[in-house]
Design a binder for this molecule. Sequence first.
Ligand code: 8YV
Length: 322
Amino acid sequence: MPPKILLTRPWPEGAFAYLKARYDVTVNDSGVPLTKDQLIAAMGEYDALCPTVTDKLTAEVLSVADARVKMIANFGAGFEHIDLNAAKAAGIRVSNTPDVLTEATAEIALLLILMTSRRASEAERGLRNGDWNGWKPTQFLGQSLDGKTLGLAGFGRIGQATARKAKAALGMNIAYYSRNRVAPEIEAAFDARYVGSLDELAAQADVLSLHTPGGAGTHHMINAALLKRMKPTAILINTARGSVVNEIELAEALDARTIAAAGLDVYQKEPVVNPALLPLDNAVLLPHLGSATVETRNNMGLRAAYNLDRFFAGEDLLDGIA
Ligand code: 8YV
């Protein structure tokens, strides 16, 4: 009997076909995430779960008595929605899908940098609303990026890919802050200048882009005090996790124009977008598109599947995180 696997959301075709050929796969195709009670029930019914960012795998869910689930192959790189300590205590292995979404997420960071600096959403809304009555030398003026400083908060895989693309495509200078300074060869490869604190990075950046994990360690790292350090012309980009930014304090800074703009792909209470952000013309708001390409989502599914293969073959996980 092949192991029983639950996908908490449907997967793209290619990765799904791979999984179906090897396992007894059940898919939640209801269009909405499973409830806590459904997740608890699933713990007793399946050998493995493949959750996504929208499934809260709390200690309560993971520590149900007589659980059958022994492996959680997360469809996604970020894993702050899974209580890893509770998983370990319950003897459940956990994997994620790093690497395969790095370039796609960095593309969305670049998209947001361009959209905010050139006021693309605001201008397009204007055109569609009939507010464009001809070219003028002074309409919808944005900011040039060439030679400006991109400050990266967090310099892991996605931060580094964003640096590479922004330098090559946009001619930006790269500065970064992260808790652990990277090796000199890596700094040299990206021509990246290390800045000793987030405060200092915020003060220096023309564009401040967030590439940290979510979770308690970075909760509301971007708040009123930090936003005050930024230049009035500066732009904030978030493709990391919504919890990193205090959204109310960001909305206040955008409204008061103490910073110029923000480009967000992630929100604290997805899919709810803080209503304070919605009326702001200088906020570009995308619906968590970071990894949303056909290629990347298939590769994420395959990566999760390879972790399942390793687990059921009794081998080391490719991407074991618990
Ligand atoms: C994923 C992401 O689509 O992988 C991540 O960390 O933020 C997204 O791009 C999402 O996590 C799916 O679970």
